[in-house]
Each structure stands twice: as C-alpha cells, then as structure tokens.
Design a protein. Structure first.
Ligand SMILES: C[S@@+](CC[C@H](N)C(=O)[O-])C[C@H]1O[C@@H](n2cnc3c(N)ncnc32)[C@H](O)[C@@H]1O
Length: 286
C-alpha cells in the first residue's frame, strides 16, 4: 500500500515539474516562444497527451491506494493488535490473544515417550469413531504423531491429509507418508488449508486452533473442504483448569471455542471432557 502512495507522490512531483517548466521558458521541455506558447500544433498536442497520461496514472494510483486501504481494513477489522504479553503475539481475535506458532524446533516434544500417558491420545482417537474409507484432515499435523494413528484407523481405503504451515513439519509428514501410503502431506498457507473442496469427512486440529494467525479465514477454508455434514473437531488444553501445565495463551475454554465457532455455519454437536488435559469439542458443518 505504501509503495502505491509513494508512486502517487512521485507522479504528482513529475506533474508539478512539467507544469512549472511550462511557465519557465529557460527550462521548457518543448520549444515555446517567449510568451509561453507552443511553436507548433504537434508540440501542443504532445504536451496535452503527456498531461492526460499523467492524470490517468494519478487517478489509477489514487483508486488503487484507496481500495488497498479498504481491503486492509476489511481484513484487520477482525483482529486487533496490542502490546504482546510474555507468551502471546499481541494479536487479538474475539477477545483472545493468539499464541505463537510452535516452531519445528519443538518437534521432539510432540513425539515424547510419555505423551500417550499424559494426554491419553488413545482415548482421543477412539472417541473420533473413525471408519475404514473415511477422509480425514489433520490440520496442524506437526510431526504426524496423531496422523499416523488415524491413518491406521481409516485403513488403506481411506485418506489422511496431513496439513501444516511449516515446510520443516511437512518434511516430517512426508517421511510418515513413506510408511503409511494413505497419508497425503500438504503445505498450507497461514490463512488457507489448501485442501480440495468438498472432500473431507472429518477435520481435526489438536493443539492448533489457538495459534492460528488467521483463525476466521482458516475455519472458512476448512468449511470449503468439508463435505456436507462433515465434522470439525477442536482439541485444546482446558483454560478452565489451572492444573493443566500449559501456558495460558496455549489453552482455550470451551465457552471461547464455542463463541468463535458461532460466527461460522457450524453446529456444536458434543464435548468430550474425559481426557486428562484437553477437551474435544465437536461441530458439524451446517
Ligand atoms: C502444537 S503443534 C501440534 C501438532 C499436532 N497437532 C500434534 O498434536 O502433535 C501445532 C502445529 O500447528 C501448525 N500450524 C500453526 N498454524 C498453522 C496454520 N495456519 N495452518 C496449518 N498448520 C498450522 C504448526 O506448524 C504446528 O506444527
């Protein structure tokens, strides 16, 4: 946007120069007589043509500047920026500070030996009722810890799209795909999951939603990928429980999750609260 402004300023500057030169015979760009008139009809037409061209360009630049200002406002009005807390980004969506993305450098933590025992990921997978042949999207799949478990459940007749925004994580998902041929790794954008439209039975985000830089846009893109009546499953550390040993910005309350999904065509179906640290909040596409 600023680039467009500077271009506008530059063009204004040129126009001023050309106009002022017209009034100063010593610096005139075209041959004029001393009264400031053009010597020939073709010089005059040339001058008028250049002035017209500059005006059209100015008009274009100003139109583009205003449209980019309005476009910026349309996107940022969903989000506000505040000074960040020690743990957050300072970017606020519906009263919640968005967390930093967990970097690929922390990948080993996702694969830690005692994860199943700490988080009861076996109970989580069981509660999803996955069936052979289903198409699942693991959004923010990380190292693929849960992707691999889900790939076994949907069997070779099904598919698990393993989506992540970090190329380093997608590298790990490609390694997982060599062991499980029904895993399809996908590099997403910050605001778009890049999944085929109308292709997914169940989309799941495990400890991901709270760190999406563009939560509204990502859920919209997930909705496009879901089949009619497809399910969206959000698994988040419980903010209601002080004993859950996770930083505040990486936790979400059930009420906040429901409030943020209410702005989308999604219907709350049920919440599973039997995991040690997380709740599993399930919605259906309307
Ligand atoms: C805390 S990790 C959880 C990984 C995995 N779900 C698990 O439980 O093992 C969060 C993951 O979400 C990914 N992520 C963050 N923002 C994303 C976005 N906009 N689209 C896709 N993935 C994203 C991060 O790159 C990271 O791998």
């Amino acid at each position: 946007m600023w680039g467009v402004f500077f271009l506008g300023y530059f063009l204004l500057h040129i126009q001023k120069k050309v106009t002022s030169r017209r009034a100063t015979p010593d610096m005139r760009p075209f041959k004029m007589n001393l009264s400031g008139n053009f010597n020939s009809y073709s010089q005059q037409s040339h001058f008028i043509f250049i002035m017209l061209l500059i005006k059209v360009m100015l008009w274009l630049v100003l139109t583009l500047s205003f449209s980019s200002i309005y476009a910026d406002n349309a996107t940022t009005s969903l989000y506000q920026q505040f000074p960040p807390t020690a743990e957050g980004t300072g970017k606020v969506y519906m009263g919640r500070e968005i967390a930093h993305v967990m970097g690929y450098q922390g990948a080993a933590w996702l694969e830690r030996e005692n994860r199943e025992q700490e988080e009861r990921t076996d109970v989580l997978i069981q509660s999803l009722n996955l069936k052979p042949g289903m198409t699942v999207a693991d959004i923010g799949a990380g190292t693929g810890y849960l992707t691999r478990k889900m790939a076994t459940r949907v069997t070779n007749t099904g598919t698990v799209y393993a989506v992540d925004v970090q190329p380093e994580m997608v590298g790990k998902l490609k390694a997982a795909a060599r062991q499980h041929t029904n895993i399809k790794p996908i590099l997403s954008k910050e605001d778009n999951v890049n999944l085929p439209a109308n292709s997914v039975d169940l989309a799941i985000m495990v400890d991901v939603y709270h760190e999406l830089a563009y939560p509204y846009e990502v859920i919209q893109s997930v909705l496009k990928a879901l089949k009619p009546n497809g399910q969206l499953v959000l698994v988040e550390y419980r903010a209601e429980d002080d004993k859950v040993p996770i930083k505040a910005t990486h936790k979400m309350s059930e009420a906040q999750i429901k409030a943020e999904m209410r702005v989308h065509p999604l219907k709350w179906q049920r919440t599973i609260s039997s995991l040690p640290w997380q709740h599993v909040v399930i919605f259906t596409k309307q």
